[in-house]
Design a protein around this ligand. Structure first.
Ligand SMILES: [Fe+2]
Ligand SMILES: [Fe+2]
Length: 135
Protein backbone atom coordinates (compact mmCIF):
# COMPACT_ATOMS: atom_id res chain seq x y z
CA UNK A 1 0.00 0.00 0.00
CA UNK A 2 1.75 3.11 -1.21
CA UNK A 3 1.46 6.70 -0.07
CA UNK A 4 -0.77 9.00 -2.03
CA UNK A 5 1.33 11.61 -3.70
CA UNK A 6 0.69 14.47 -6.02
CA UNK A 7 1.35 14.20 -9.70
CA UNK A 8 0.43 16.28 -12.69
CA UNK A 9 -2.68 14.22 -13.44
CA UNK A 10 -4.11 15.22 -10.05
CA UNK A 11 -4.16 18.96 -10.80
CA UNK A 12 -7.54 20.50 -11.58
CA UNK A 13 -6.21 24.05 -11.91
CA UNK A 14 -8.75 25.47 -9.50
CA UNK A 15 -6.74 26.48 -6.46
CA UNK A 16 -9.28 25.82 -3.70
CA UNK A 17 -10.14 22.38 -5.10
CA UNK A 18 -6.49 21.43 -5.56
CA UNK A 19 -5.88 22.42 -1.93
CA UNK A 20 -8.83 20.33 -0.76
CA UNK A 21 -7.62 17.33 -2.79
CA UNK A 22 -4.25 17.73 -1.07
CA UNK A 23 -5.92 17.63 2.35
CA UNK A 24 -7.91 14.55 1.31
CA UNK A 25 -4.70 12.80 0.31
CA UNK A 26 -2.97 13.82 3.55
CA UNK A 27 -5.89 12.40 5.54
CA UNK A 28 -5.79 9.18 3.52
CA UNK A 29 -2.05 8.90 4.20
CA UNK A 30 -2.66 9.49 7.89
CA UNK A 31 -5.27 6.73 7.89
CA UNK A 32 -2.83 4.43 6.12
CA UNK A 33 -0.14 5.13 8.77
CA UNK A 34 -2.65 4.39 11.51
CA UNK A 35 -3.50 1.02 9.95
CA UNK A 36 0.13 0.11 9.19
CA UNK A 37 1.11 0.85 12.80
CA UNK A 38 -1.59 -1.49 14.00
CA UNK A 39 -3.53 1.14 15.97
CA UNK A 40 -6.88 0.34 17.53
CA UNK A 41 -10.31 0.47 15.99
CA UNK A 42 -11.23 3.65 17.85
CA UNK A 43 -8.40 5.62 16.29
CA UNK A 44 -9.14 4.21 12.83
CA UNK A 45 -12.83 5.06 13.18
CA UNK A 46 -12.05 8.61 14.23
CA UNK A 47 -9.89 9.08 11.14
CA UNK A 48 -12.47 7.49 8.87
CA UNK A 49 -15.05 9.90 10.29
CA UNK A 50 -12.74 12.84 9.66
CA UNK A 51 -12.14 11.63 6.10
CA UNK A 52 -15.87 11.27 5.48
CA UNK A 53 -16.68 14.70 6.92
CA UNK A 54 -13.98 16.36 4.86
CA UNK A 55 -15.06 14.47 1.74
CA UNK A 56 -18.65 15.58 2.29
CA UNK A 57 -17.54 19.22 2.58
CA UNK A 58 -15.29 18.90 -0.46
CA UNK A 59 -18.01 17.36 -2.63
CA UNK A 60 -20.38 20.12 -1.58
CA UNK A 61 -17.77 22.78 -2.52
CA UNK A 62 -17.30 21.25 -5.97
CA UNK A 63 -21.03 21.00 -6.56
CA UNK A 64 -21.49 24.65 -5.55
CA UNK A 65 -18.83 25.77 -8.04
CA UNK A 66 -20.31 23.62 -10.80
CA UNK A 67 -23.81 24.85 -10.07
CA UNK A 68 -22.82 28.53 -9.99
CA UNK A 69 -21.10 28.24 -13.35
CA UNK A 70 -23.82 26.13 -15.00
CA UNK A 71 -21.55 23.12 -15.58
CA UNK A 72 -23.47 20.69 -17.83
CA UNK A 73 -22.08 17.53 -16.20
CA UNK A 74 -23.27 18.43 -12.69
CA UNK A 75 -26.00 15.77 -12.34
CA UNK A 76 -23.68 12.89 -13.24
CA UNK A 77 -20.90 14.26 -11.09
CA UNK A 78 -23.22 14.68 -8.13
CA UNK A 79 -24.46 11.10 -8.55
CA UNK A 80 -20.90 9.84 -8.44
CA UNK A 81 -20.17 11.85 -5.28
CA UNK A 82 -23.30 10.40 -3.75
CA UNK A 83 -22.28 6.84 -4.49
CA UNK A 84 -18.69 7.35 -3.27
CA UNK A 85 -19.91 8.80 0.02
CA UNK A 86 -22.45 6.01 0.47
CA UNK A 87 -19.71 3.39 -0.02
CA UNK A 88 -17.41 5.14 2.45
CA UNK A 89 -20.12 5.43 5.06
CA UNK A 90 -21.04 1.78 4.66
CA UNK A 91 -17.39 0.75 5.12
CA UNK A 92 -16.96 3.03 8.16
CA UNK A 93 -20.11 1.60 9.67
CA UNK A 94 -18.78 -1.95 9.29
CA UNK A 95 -15.47 -1.01 10.93
CA UNK A 96 -17.26 0.84 13.72
CA UNK A 97 -19.45 -2.15 14.55
CA UNK A 98 -16.50 -4.49 14.81
CA UNK A 99 -16.87 -6.45 11.60
CA UNK A 100 -13.62 -8.05 10.47
CA UNK A 101 -12.97 -5.58 7.67
CA UNK A 102 -9.72 -6.15 5.74
CA UNK A 103 -8.34 -2.65 6.29
CA UNK A 104 -5.57 -2.75 3.71
CA UNK A 105 -8.05 -3.81 1.08
CA UNK A 106 -10.44 -1.06 2.16
CA UNK A 107 -7.67 1.54 1.97
CA UNK A 108 -6.63 0.38 -1.48
CA UNK A 109 -10.15 0.68 -2.79
CA UNK A 110 -10.62 4.12 -1.17
CA UNK A 111 -7.33 5.22 -2.66
CA UNK A 112 -8.11 4.04 -6.19
CA UNK A 113 -11.64 5.46 -5.90
CA UNK A 114 -10.26 8.92 -5.12
CA UNK A 115 -7.54 8.82 -7.75
CA UNK A 116 -9.93 7.67 -10.46
CA UNK A 117 -12.43 10.34 -9.49
CA UNK A 118 -9.90 13.16 -9.36
CA UNK A 119 -8.21 12.15 -12.60
CA UNK A 120 -11.56 11.51 -14.29
CA UNK A 121 -14.68 13.56 -13.53
CA UNK A 122 -12.88 16.22 -11.46
CA UNK A 123 -10.51 17.07 -14.28
CA UNK A 124 -13.50 17.69 -16.54
CA UNK A 125 -14.87 20.62 -14.58
CA UNK A 126 -11.47 22.38 -14.32
CA UNK A 127 -11.35 23.92 -17.82
CA UNK A 128 -15.04 24.84 -17.61
CA UNK A 129 -14.53 26.72 -14.36
CA UNK A 130 -11.41 28.41 -15.75
CA UNK A 131 -13.46 29.61 -18.74
CA UNK A 132 -15.92 31.05 -16.23
CA UNK A 133 -13.22 32.95 -14.38
CA UNK A 134 -12.68 30.52 -11.50
CA UNK A 135 -9.07 29.56 -10.85
FE1 LIG B 1 -12.76 16.39 -5.95
FE1 LIG C 1 -15.73 15.43 -7.63
Amino acid sequence: MTLLTWNHACTINVRAMDDQHGILMDTMNELRQTVVRGRGREEICALLDRLIEFTRMHFWSEEQLMEQSGFPGLADHRAEHHSMLAQMMQAAHRVQYGEAVPMRQLLCSLRSGYIEHIEGPDRQYGPWLNEHGVY
